[in-house]
Design a protein around this ligand. Structure first.
Ligand SMILES: NC(=O)c1ccc[n+]([C@@H]2O[C@H](COP(=O)([O-])OP(=O)(O)OC[C@H]3O[C@@H](n4cnc5c(N)ncnc54)[C@H](O)[C@@H]3O)[C@@H](O)[C@H]2O)c1
Length: 328
């Protein structure tokens, strides 16, 4: 730990220089297991809604008790941002003995990586091992790290990409050149998800854009975009015919992929198969056959941020990266 009277400031560039998707997948898998083992404290996210700007702001506190690491992430979602990223975050890690903030870091990159890593962990436990083709609906920031993470746990060969903005597709294509995948640009969401082993949805939509009839048996879907009330990417019929795994029940019911169908009485919380923690700690089974459709409904958990941020903090200290400041 840094001296108890010093805070390490880690900028977005610092994080970019040291972050590694494999490290973050390990951190998130461990966080999910500890969550499944009930060894974490994680009060619900608190939301502020800036409706006139189509934006929101959240606080996400978390404590991994065995590792004795704790902190809080502050993060927004503003889908219409042009000058700034649509999702920006700051993470504060605190000394649990005194409450002193020993690290403050930009968590914008971290958010994308830990969200990607959650998708990677879900794909590891829920997708078919022989999955080769992935379809992306939405080609923004989260899509890149989802792809990187799933490519780490599965031997992908092909990626199909759809976004309403052609520019977003071109940008994504540039960033994934080094992954050695056959890249196909799609004109519709249907084209991106049909005959696909793994589907990733990362859009902020409030009306479903993926239909049940387009999805082949055996597909695994990471539904990432719905993380606040009113958002939904997948047709309710698809949820009803699939094995749905949430990251955590409460936030999923509040703002995850299942939130709108539950509010409309078209889907029952009891239809959810498990949370991811109980899949990772083997209390509940993951995929049990090659025909079932599995869906990971991710809202993003604070313990993902704390575990991933801790890895970054350790690495920054090892490599002498960041700036020591006297904050308080
Ligand atoms: N589950 C989580 O843990 C988690 C974490 C971070 C962000 N999110 C959510 O994921 C979503 C995407 O975040 P991001 O950072 O990638 O945003 P982004 O703005 O970088 O990317 C979103 C992309 O979706 C595209 N899009 C919008 N409507 C579409 C449609 N109808 N069809 C196809 N593409 C469409 C946009 O053009 C854009 O390229 C947001 O809703 C955000 O709140 C979830």
């Amino acid at each position: 730990m840094t001296s108890k009277l010093e805070t390490l400031k880690i900028s977005r560039n610092d994080v970019k220089n040291i972050i590694d998707i494999k490290d973050i997948i390990d951190a998130v898998e461990s966080a999910f297991k500890q969550f499944g083992d009930k060894k974490v404290q994680m009060p619900p996210k608190a939301y502020l809604y800036f409706n006139q700007y189509n934006g929101d702001y959240r606080t996400m506190p978390g404590y991994l008790e065995d590792e004795d690491i704790a902190g809080c992430k502050l993060v927004n979602s503003h889908p219409e941002n042009k000058e700034h990223p649509t999702v920006m975050a700051v993470l504060i890690l605190v000394d649990t003995e005194t409450g002193y903030p020993y690290c403050i870091m930009d968590a914008t990159e971290l958010t994308a990586y830990r969200t990607g890593a959650a998708g990677g962990v879900a794909a590891k436990y829920l997708s078919r091992e022989n999955s080769e083709t992935i379809g992306l609906v939405g080609a923004g920031v989260q899509a890149i790290t989802q792809l990187k993470a799933v490519n780490t746990v599965r031997n992908l060969k092909n990626v199909k990409i759809y976004d309403i903005k052609p520019k977003a597709i071109e940008n994504l294509k540039k960033q994934i050149q080094n992954l050695n995948l056959n890249i196909k640009t799609c004109k519709t969401a249907k084209e991106a998800v049909t005959n696909t082993d793994i589907v990733i949805t990362t859009t902020p939509v409030k009306q479903p854009i993926v239909k049940a009839e387009w999805i082949s048996p055996g597909t695994h879907i990471n539904a990432i975009g719905a993380d606040a009330e009113g958002k939904q990417e997948l047709e309710t019929k698809l949820l009803k015919q699939s094995k749905v795994v949430v990251d955590d029940y409460k936030p999923a019911v509040h703002g995850g992929e299942v939130n709108v169908p539950i509010t409309n009485n078209e889907y029952n919380k009891k239809e959810i198969h498990s949370d991811i923690g109980k899949i990772v700690n083997k209390t509940n089974p993951g995929r049990t056959n090659k025909e079932e459709i599995t869906i990971f409904d991710s809202t993003g958990l604070a313990v993902q941020d704390i575990a991933s941020g801790w890895k970054i903090y350790q690495k920054a200290k090892q490599k002498n990266i960041g700036q020591t400041i006297k904050l308080i």
